[in-house]
Design a protein around this ligand. Sequence first.
Ligand SMILES: Cc1ncc(COP(=O)(O)O)c(C=O)c1O
Length: 275
Amino acid sequence: MILIDGVQASAVAVTDRGLQYGDGVFETCAVRDRRIEYWPEHVARLQAGCERLGFPAPHADLLRAEAERVLEDVEGRAVLKIIVTRGSGGRGYRPPRMPEPRRILSVYPFPEYPPRFATQGVVLHACRTAAVEHPALVGIKHLNRLPQVLARAEWDHPGIPEGLMCDTDGRPVEGTQSNLFVVQDGVLHTPDLSRVGVAGIIRARVLAMAGDLGLPYRIENLPPNVLDRVDEVFVCNSVIGIWPVIALESRRWPVGPLTRQLQTALEAERSCRVG
Ligand SMILES: Cc1ncc(COP(=O)(O)O)c(C=O)c1O
């Protein structure tokens, strides 16, 4: 089922600014038996994104009610996608003074990744397409995803599920659809997202769990050649959880103990943080 502004439908107006300009935000949420993992976090990021783009966010209760309707017949695991655009109107790029944001909620089957991606780790493609820096857009999950689309078009290999994107200075930033962590000498590092990247919900949870477990961590710009000297690498997002990374070009890593510890903690938390 697809709900557009609360009405069952399958088509959106061609005048929608999400279609015309990518003028909107979205969330991709993992669902278990109609319960949504990390719902408060998803709603908070969606609302922060609307605020950053300068249009009113839909009320959390309204989104919740629509999410429940769209998930009515869903069994087991699924993916809920919520898109909020600035709606239609305005003149060219100029936004309308009184926007009427549009809500689009849809459900997809949970992707059937081979279980070995989580257990034995994944190989990453080294993307040539750079992650685009834009201070006004950093952190939020806005609809302009062309760098990720171009990066994901660079390879087509079922055994390589993710690619690493760097900024224009060659610093590793994130995956095409995930955040990046590395472990060096027992310290967890993840790129600072003040210039580029999506502030992932699982990234925030991993950092919180590292704090709870007493694991030292740093949030910082990673140097371009950092991957030559790290001991563990993993990527994470709301759907995949944590995937250990075992190879990128000529580099190889084992599935390390910190990655495993955080993966176990996250899987335990994910099944509880549903609402
Ligand atoms: C570019 C990008 N970075 C990071 C993430 C991870 O975000 P989250 O943990 O909120 O799923 C995503 C998720 O789709 C993404 O598209």
